[in-house]
Design a protein around this ligand. Structure first.
Ligand code: AGP
Length: 591
């Protein structure tokens, strides 16, 4: 019922429908199971077209781009529970059909609101939580649009960014714990959950704060808070390059983004001097250091912790953002929390930052989207500088996070890591990408019937074993498990038998000898072993070669590349769409 989606509104002089469709395509990575648009047509009537499927498909079936009018709202949906049906697709209309709403977030008290509204005579047409917003606005519209929004926001519990369109041509939006941004163009306004929704039309953005309401009527844009008091929000110029999201010559965004890593890792390693200094100084002054993130970003946190301990002798605690309530219990005024997030909008990450902040901690952000909520609430943030990552599976943002973790560690350790601008790993990544594609593609084809894969890594390779397993799961729908290689004998060895497939991370570093022993133990039980290493060994059934690294600590950023490629090609071998894995969304802005 709840949704996690992209929202867009437009009111201007252009024909709105093609703009809305275009914007929804750009933001589709945020959620992609249904699409819909509500327009005030040229005759002044409200028209809604919506259905299940991707933007292109729904547009083709319902001719959304042909709808007339210059005022409208649009939505792509990703349902976390509740059916993917035409009626659950947004926009949702009020009974009178004079108001339509698109929403991103979760309305936690929707059941009681729905009951109350139903008793008052409202008729609901969907099973979503979002529809209550349309009916609440309708019950208060007699007091005017502004008052209707204020009254509605006062009644809602949960998280939301929503945009409503009214029969008189007004569009309005409100936000609480979900992003909402206004695009200011020469001849109109946009209201969106993401700057990508309007960046091709304007680079001028107003980032609404929490508890802001914006109303755009025929005269002007007005922004006020939930109490109705006017608030001033500056116009920010956002970087045009954020809008470059073309697949170019690649079949999929995921493949493009894997290839992008040849340059993006260097961009991440190169940081603004002043921000870097402030970032590191904050860590140096901290009594305790916590690092948090979700999914892939959490795996980056795990490696960051190893680096800080090994080279800078700084002890850090890693906390999975979704487990922050207990994990951050000991945070105090002397603490610093380093929050890692590609999108900077992940609800679990923002929640953990909030918890830490409340307990007095300083916040350091590592983000890819520099306009994100995390960037904005951080005391200092650094950017991974990877450019937009559209594929749902994080690839270049992960290696960007690692490159940045190396750069920070290097500075904190007085240059012990010898990271420089990352030349050694930049070259190695280039080599892996340009040489291993044929062997990995062939391997993936042969692995498409496999049901279970175990990825083994010790020490700094364990986070990569976890990350490789996550990539295989989300892209190629295979059960994959990252195992700390030393733990094999404490249990997982029982699973090793003839049909088991094991991928071993075994570069020639301090872990090498133990990892090769593990490979022999596995082979002795009849399992198949794929070795990812700079050295060939007869124990491997298959070998994926990576370059030798003088700095052992750089192996993780290199060895993850073949795992990304394997996951991508396995997805293709299994006819899965690597850019849009089933049931997942790029930014998980709900808890
Ligand atoms: C990664 O491939 C996943 N799509 C997912 O685990 C992701 O890393 C996680 O949701 C965190 O996202 P963030 O980095 O934008 O916070």
């Amino acid at each position: 019922m709840d949704t996690l989606c992209s929202i867009i509104g437009y009111k201007g002089k252009q024909s709105a429908a093609p703009i809305l469709v275009d914007s929804l395509k750009k933001m589709e990575y945020r959620g992609y199971d249904s699409v819909g648009v509500a327009m005030i047509d040229n005759g002044g009537g409200m028209m809604v077209r919506k259905g299940t499927g991707k933007v292109q498909e729904v547009n083709k079936n319902l001719n959304i781009s042909d709808m007339s009018g210059s005022i409208g709202i649009g939505h792509t949906r990703w349902a976390t529970h509740g059916g993917v049906t035409d009626s659950n697709a947004h926009p949702h209309s009020a009974c009178s059909k004079d108001i339509a709403v698109v929403h991103n977030g979760i309305i936690e008290n929707y059941r009681e609101l729905k009951e109350e509204l139903t008793k008052a005579g409202h008729v609901f047409s969907s099973q979503t939580d979002s529809e209550v917003i349309a009916h609440l606005l309708e019950s208060n519209i007699g007091k005017g649009v502004k008052a209707a929004l204020m009254e509605t926001c006062k009644r809602l519990k949960g998280t939301y960014g929503f945009v409503a369109v009214f029969q008189d041509g007004t569009i309005a939006g409100a936000r609480f714990e979900e992003p909402l941004i206004i695009g200011v163009a020469n001849d109109g306004y946009f209201v969106s959950s993401d700057v990508l929704g309007f960046l091709q039309y304007t680079d001028k953005a107003i980032f609404l704060d929490n508890c802001d309401i914006a109303v755009i009527d025929n005269k002007k844009l007005e922004i006020f808070n939930f109490d109705g008091l006017p608030v001033a929000r500056p116009i920010t110029q956002v970087a045009w390059e954020l809008g470059e999201i073309d697949k170019g010559k690649y079949a999929h965004y995921t493949l493009k983004e894997i290839n992008d890593q040849r340059v993006t890792v260097a961009n991440a390693a190169r940081q603004d001097e002043q921000a870097m200094e402030r970032f590191c100084q904050t860590i140096k002054e901290a009594g305790s250091v916590y690092i948090t993130g979700s999914g892939t970003s959490y795996h980056a946190a795990l490696l960051f912790k190893h680096m800080l301990a090994r080279f800078a002798k700084i002890r850090a605690e890693t906390v999975m953002s979704s487990e922050a309530h207990d994990g951050l219990a000991s945070v105090d005024e002397g603490s610093v929390i380093i929050a890692i997030s590609q999108s900077g909008e992940t609800a679990d990450v923002l929640e953990s930052v909030k918890i830490a902040k409340k307990q007095g901690a300083k916040v350091l952000g590592i983000v890819n989207v520099v306009t994100s909520s995390l960037a904005r609430i951080s005391d200092v943030f650094l950017s991974t500088n990877c450019g937009p990552e559209i594929g749902v599976a994080a690839t270049k943002s992960f290696t960007g996070q690692l490159a940045l973790a190396y750069a920070v560690t290097d500075r904190l350790s007085g240059g012990k890591l010898k990271a420089g601008e990352g030349a050694e790993f930049v070259n190695a990544i280039e080599k892996v990408i340009s040489t291993s594609q044929p062997v990995i593609e062939k391997m993936a084809e042969g692995m498409k019937e496999v049901n279970d894969i175990y990825l083994l890594g010790r020490s700094i390779h364990y986070p990569i074993a976890l990350e490789g397993a996550l990539k295989l799961k989300e892209l190629s729908y295979v059960h994959a498990e990252g195992v700390a290689a030393g733990e094999l004998k404490h249990g997982p060895l029982a699973l090793m038998e003839k049909n088991t497939l094991v991928i071993l991370l075994a570069p020639q570093d301090a872990t090498y000898a133990d990892s090769i022993s593990n490979a022999h133990e596995i082979k002795a039980r009849g399992a198949t072993v794929i070795g990812i290493s700079d050295a060939k060994d007869e124990v491997y059934d298959h070998w994926i070669q990576i370059p030798h690294m003088d700095q052992e600590a750089f192996y993780p950023i290199v060895e993850v590349i073949p795992l990304q490629m394997l996951s991508y090609y396995m997805a293709l071998a299994k006819n899965a769409d690597p850019d849009y894995p089933r049931n997942l969304a790029k930014s998980v802005t709900v808890k």
